[in-house]
Design a protein around this ligand. Structure first.
Ligand code: COS
Length: 381
């Protein structure tokens, strides 16, 4: 049983109130138009949410991992696209905080607090689940590195979106994942860094996702995060935090879909009574709420382990991401089933939620990859 602190409860309540009032009414329009919800991100910045996990010395709110997951899940309950934007930004904040030099922290964390969006660039056309198979190269040239390659499916990157990027590149092909990759922190206006194709997606349509092209992109040595060769570890440990963020998106979306399903089942009259009076449908509701609560507890457990720096955090992050993502698609599917034919129409929010949920089992590591990570840790003891 989790007992929240005053800070944790107040952030949850504040974000819930804002999401109900300002985010929910726009979710449908954001989805239909596929526009980036700039005014919402500006308001969340003013509330301190975009700098939630940044220490006060850099202008942030200095809040913990539990606050992070509570905020993301409250946003996702009303609009999953907006939650994705926030989750990816907070993931990049976290990577900078843990691995950046003092100079990088001063420059980029202060920008992040002002709502200038961060993006994480690991995936490539030939390196998805096999993240170690990436081909983007960083070649040393005096006191600079020259980056070339293509990153794809980059969240928080679009024609107007994206200010700074954590880019993982090969600095030593022979060493590969073990010492051959380096993380760079690069600003958008760097010559040689450009926007490629912006994706048209099935769901999460308010969140910008694009290709990032690097052509002889020259960056100073000071752009390296940590040490040369630390890149794969920085990416993987960053993803531990990111996966907890996806668990939070999933829990929020599952909660939102459950509420939509229950509301509809109580209102819809068939055979002279609300359909919620049917035991068969009550069993759906029991399964949906039980699984949502299990996912929430696992999310909180993983967040608390990351906060406390516990050794088995990768396992718990993957368990939380795997279980919560599977739960979100399961709950959205049954909530749509409760709506019958109306659930398939765009008039009800469950249609959007069902589409939004589908990516959760894929990005930041598929469910199948999470099971590999979990089993590896369990077998290792
Ligand atoms: N934290 C720190 N270091 C880690 C780590 C973590 N969570 N996970 C792995 N590493 C380290 C390992 O310790 C190993 O180094 P040492 O041998 O020195 O200990 C090194 O990284 C290589 O690890 P591993 O052998 O497990 O790498 P693999 O190439 O087998 O890849 C998987 C492992 C499949 C788990 C990884 O590629 C992965 O997570 N893939 C999915 C990527 C993903 O989520 N993509 C989405 C991108 S963001 S949308």
């Amino acid at each position: 049983m989790f007992t929240f602190t005053e800070d944790q409860m107040s952030i949850r309540d504040m974000v819930r109130e804002f999401a109900e009032k300002e985010i929910r009414p726009k979710a449908d329009e954001v989805d239909k138009t596929g526009r980036f919800p700039l005014e919402t991100i500006t308001a969340l910045t003013e509330m301190g949410i975009m700098g939630l996990n940044i220490p006060e010395e850099y202008g942030g709110a200095g809040m913990d991992e539990i606050c992070k997951v509570l905020a993301i899940s409250e946003i996702s309950r009303c609009c999953a696209s907006t939650a994705e934007i926030v989750a990816v930004h907070l993931l990049v904040n976290d990577i900078i905080l843990r691995n950046g030099s003092e100079e990088q922290k001063q420059q980029f964390l202060s920008a992040a607090v002002e709502g200038k969006l961060g993006a994480f660039c690991l995936t490539e056309p030939g390196a998805g689940s096999d993240a170690g198979g990436l081909k983007t190269k960083a070649v040393k040239d005096g006191d600079h590195f020259i980056l070339s390659g293509t990153k794809c499916f980059i969240s928080n990157f679009g024609p107007e979106e994206g200010h700074h990027f954590v880019i993982i590149a090969l600095t030593d092909v022979e060493k590969g994942t073990r010492g051959g990759m380096t993380a760079f922190l690069v600003q958008r206006d760097t010559p040689g860094l450009s926007l490629g194709k912006t994706e048209e997606k099935m769901g999460m349509r308010g969140a910008a996702v694009s290709e990032l092209v690097l052509e002889d992109c020259r960056v100073p040595e000071s752009a390296v995060m940590g040490q040369v060769g630390d890149g794969f570890k920085i990416a993987m440990s960053g993803l531990d935090g990111g996966r907890i963020g996806i668990a939070a998106q999933s829990v929020g979306l599952a909660q939102g879909a459950l509420e939509e399903g229950v509301k509809y089942a109580k209102e819809r009259i068939q055979f002279g009574k609300p359909i919620s009076a049917n035991q068969g449908l009550q069993w759906y509701i029991a399964d949906m709420s039980t699984r949502t609560e299990c996912a929430r507890l696992l999310m909180l457990e993983a967040a608390s382990k990351r906060q406390n720096g516990e050794g088995d955090v990768s396992q718990y992050a993957s368990m939380a991401k795997y279980y919560a993502a599977e739960t979100a698609t399961y709950v959205c599917d049954l909530a749509l089933q409760l709506h019958g034919g109306y659930g398939y129409m765009k008039d009800y929010p469950i249609e959007r939620m069902y589409r939004d949920a589908r990516i959760l089992r894929i990005y930041e590591g598929t469910s199948e990859i999470q099971k590999i990570v979990i089993a590896k840790q369990v077998l290792r003891g």
